[in-house]
Design a protein around this ligand. Structure first.
Ligand SMILES: C[S@@+](CC[C@H](N)C(=O)[O-])C[C@H]1O[C@@H](n2cnc3c(N)ncnc32)[C@H](O)[C@@H]1O
Length: 420
């Protein structure tokens, strides 16, 4: 029998004490910590207990008894159920403050690093900023899973997405309504260079490949279509312009989703690196080669390491189209490939996925001992952990958050590390 003094479906009233790392409000009832999403600090709320774990519980908001002055209209009809954004009810200024504080807490508590996190660089746009979306499909319904569930929320229009993606979504929705199908997932990417779309469809039935003719006729700016991993229309990529360079990007290659703000992210990273013409730079987790290409004109040589083969193909194409001759890409696992590097590296740019830098890769980064490491991260928790692993050899000089994901709890950071 549970010794918890609270039960599922119990209803409580409480005050929200603070927001946890992922933006849910934290309340205390009968000594138990309860996470209640879509609430704000200082609000008095009524909520129902939905889940009980060993040391905490989760609740669903029923009523806001006294709202916070920082509460705003979400302006989204799906907001209650959708898992797409989680802080749409928070004013933009407070959202920026929350993110800076979230980074500060991670760095101080997890990283044990004594530094004041810089002011956050805001996003250029707070709505319609995403150039990529992956939708789930169930028969004639298309949208996102609800927060923490596998329940599809049927979405007509998403306020985070660029208009071109919403337009293509309407066309696909119409097709799904008119055609029985086994499509499970659709990803749409928008390229800003030529205002073109890449659509990538996964279906359990190859007969669904007939969607090609429909999309070619009805999506005016369709550049390329991928069906079950095969290019069935166009040449397989769209193009993005960033920091004055052109980047081809195919279905499986990474490109920052908030394109305009990414320019600011890269500018900040490069400015803080204080590069010189004789530097040899390593770009770990290099994706389509954005950082390598942008950095190339400041230094002697750049080596990029990336695991996704298509991203490396794109990256090689990107240096060609941008007339860059001092960058070399290696396709492989960062931890393995970094150990094979023979040259003296002066600066490392490292921009890993959410799980952070592989522990072996960190050990080799330390062995290489560049004079500077510029660590770009989209996860303050793993970033703080990695900074603490590096901190016996490197001083963390600056941490600059960048708001790449308005209306959500997510934040990007540029960290500047200097060899002691
Ligand atoms: C956050 S993205 C950064 C990409 C690039 N720096 C940019 O700004 O567009 C992380 C990249 O790491 C790559 N990646 C993930 N695991 C990897 C690994 N073990 N070794 C090398 N690259 C990896 C992903 O494919 C992705 O392209």
């Amino acid at each position: 029998m549970s010794l918890m003094p609270i039960k599922i479906d119990d209803i409580y009233e409480s005050e929200v004490l603070f927001l946890e790392n992922e933006g849910a409000g934290v309340c205390k009832v009968k000594g138990i910590t309860v996470f209640v999403p879509k609430t704000l600090v200082g609000e008095k709320i009524r909520f129902r207990i939905t889940e009980i774990k060993k040391n905490y519980a989760r609740g669903k908001l029923i009523e806001i008894i006294s709202p916070s002055p920082d509460r705003t209209e979400s302006l989204c009809p799906y907001y209650e159920e959708c898992g797409g954004c989680d802080l749409r009810h928070q004013s933009d200024n407070k959202n920026l403050e929350f993110k800076r504080q979230k980074v500060q807490t991670a760095v101080s508590k997890i990283g044990k690093i004594n530094i004041k996190v810089e002011e956050i660089i805001p996003s250029f746009k707070n709505e319609n900023y995403r150039n990529k979306a992956s939708f789930k499909v169930e028969e004639d319904r298309i949208g996102f899973y609800g927060s923490g569930t596998y329940q599809l929320v049927d979405i007509n229009y998403c306020r985070l997405l660029e208009e071109e993606i919403n337009n293509a979504l309407s066309v696909i929705r119409k097709y799904l309504k008119e055609n029985k199908n086994d499509i499970k997932e659709v990803t749409i990417k928008h390229g800003n260079a030529m205002n073109e779309l890449l659509i990538d469809i996964y279906s359990t039935n190859k007969k669904d490949a007939k969607i090609k003719d429909y999309l070619v006729s009805n999506v005016v700016n369709l550049k390329t279509l991928v069906f079950n991993g095969k290019i069935v229309y166009g040449n397989g990529y769209i193009s993005q312009i960033s920091n004055g360079l052109m980047f081809n990007c195919s279905a499986d290659s990474f490109f920052q989703v908030n394109g305009v703000t990414a320019e600011k992210l890269y500018e900040t990273a490069i400015k803080e690196a204080k590069l010189s013409k004789n530097d040899v730079v390593l770009d770990l987790y290099s994706g389509t080669g954005t950082i390598s290409s942008i950095v190339s004109s400041y230094v002697k040589k750049v080596i990029g390491i990336e695991i996704v083969e298509d991203a490396v193909l794109d990256a090689n194409c990107n240096i060609r189209i941008n007339n860059i001759s001092n960058v070399k890409f290696i396709c492989g696992d960062a931890a393995k490939e970094i150990s094979k590097i023979k040259e003296q590296i002066d600066v490392i740019f490292v921009d890993p996925p959410r799980k952070g830098i592989n522990r072996d890769a960190i050990a080799i980064m330390k062995k290489i001992s560049p004079r500077k490491i510029i660590y770009i991260s989209c996860n303050p928790v793993t970033m703080a952990r990695d900074l603490s692993y590096l901190s016996n050899m490197y001083d963390v000089k600056k941490i600059i958050p960048v708001d790449m994901f308005p209306k959500t709890n997510h934040v990007e950071c540029v960290c500047v590390l200097k060899l002691k």
